[in-house]
Design a protein around this ligand. Structure first.
Ligand code: HEM
Length: 134
């Protein structure tokens, strides 16, 4: 069945923001070795530039996520769907928290741990979203 115009707009905004938040983290991680080789401080400049895109995308994800939930009627969703939604909301919170802690890391170990949790939880939120969409 073809989506209505409003559903198409809502999901397209949600997926575009997910592409920036999730895909951007993986792309930046892949670029880090080249950025480190390009000179002192280049990685930090790139990370700050990415943050100016990624945090607005995260806000858009939360807002359009709430909009997504509001389009489902009570009784229309199964218990399994509600459980997956609850897990997804927790994973989204972890994704935001770990990304923020990654930016505040003081040691290379903290940087690696929070970066790994941030990337993994962002990818998990995306996968759970695909299951919610059915
Ligand atoms: C890191 C944050 C998030 C990511 C990466 C993400 C990603 C996605 C993706 C990729 C989809 C599938 C779209 C499709 O296949 O058409 C989706 C759907 C969905 N998301 Fe999210 N999402 C995020 C945050 C949220 C939040 C915070 C909520 C709820 C408050 C939410 C609720 C939903 C719902 C209900 C759907 C199904 C929409 C539908 O079928 O109409 N999402 N999400």
């Amino acid at each position: 069945m073809l989506a209505s115009a409003l559903d198409g707009i809502r999901l397209s905004i949600h997926v575009l923001a997910a592409a920036i938040w999730v895909g951007g983290q993986f792309t930046l991680a892949g670029l880090v070795p080249a950025l480190r080789g390009a000179g002192e401080g280049v990685t930090n400049i790139a990370a700050k530039a990415f943050a100016r895109l990624s945090w607005p995308a995260y806000v858009v994800l939360v807002l359009t996520g709430l909009w997504n939930v509001a389009t489902f009627q009570t009784g229309q969703t199964s218990t399994a769907w509600k459980i997956v939604l609850g897990v997804k909301i927790a994973v989204v919170a972890l994704s935001g928290l770990s990304a923020w802690l990654h930016t505040k890391a003081k040691t290379p170990a903290q940087n690696a741990v929070w970066g790994a949790i941030s990337g993994t939880s962002a990818a998990a939120a995306m996968i759970l979203g695909v299951f919610l969409a059915g």
